[in-house]
Design a protein around this ligand. Structure first.
Ligand code: SF4
Ligand code: SF4
Length: 105
């Protein structure tokens, strides 16, 4: 999975190191190893590998991460993994929360 990448510098992921408490959750939930620990804080190891799934933002209780999840086809791919459906974009799906098609929007 690590060879799937967005176009570099398009990803909406933002990280505020000042807010990071070093809880490590983002390093555990990211399926692409985008975050690694650097001493007592996380740091971005490979921002371009982010697929905008939103897992890191959802799990960061300190508002150190923001990402516009579901803005690209990555959302459809991930939804299809969970739902076993076909990867589709723009068909009115629910981004994996109830969609049986794997559609992202
Ligand atoms: S989840 Fe948030 S607070 Fe925890 S290590 Fe990651 S960025 Fe820092
Ligand atoms: S949005 Fe998903 S892929 Fe991107 S850094 Fe967060 S957990 Fe990793």
């Amino acid at each position: 999975m690590t060879d799937l990448r967005y176009i570099e510098d398009v990803v909406t992921l933002r990280f505020d190191a000042e807010k990071c408490t070093g809880c490590q959750l983002c390093t555990m939930v990211c399926p692409h190893g985008v975050f690694v620990m650097d001493g007592n804080r996380a740091k971005l190891a490979d921002r371009g590998a982010c697929m905008e799934c939103g897992a890191c933002q959802r799990n960061c209780a300190f508002d150190a991460i923001s990402v516009e999840s579901g803005t690209g086809c990555a959302a459809a791919i991930i939804a299809s993994w969970f739902n076993g459906g076909k990867v589709e974009c723009g068909t009115g799906g629910t981004g994996g929360s109830g969609s049986s098609t794997g559609a992202c929007c």
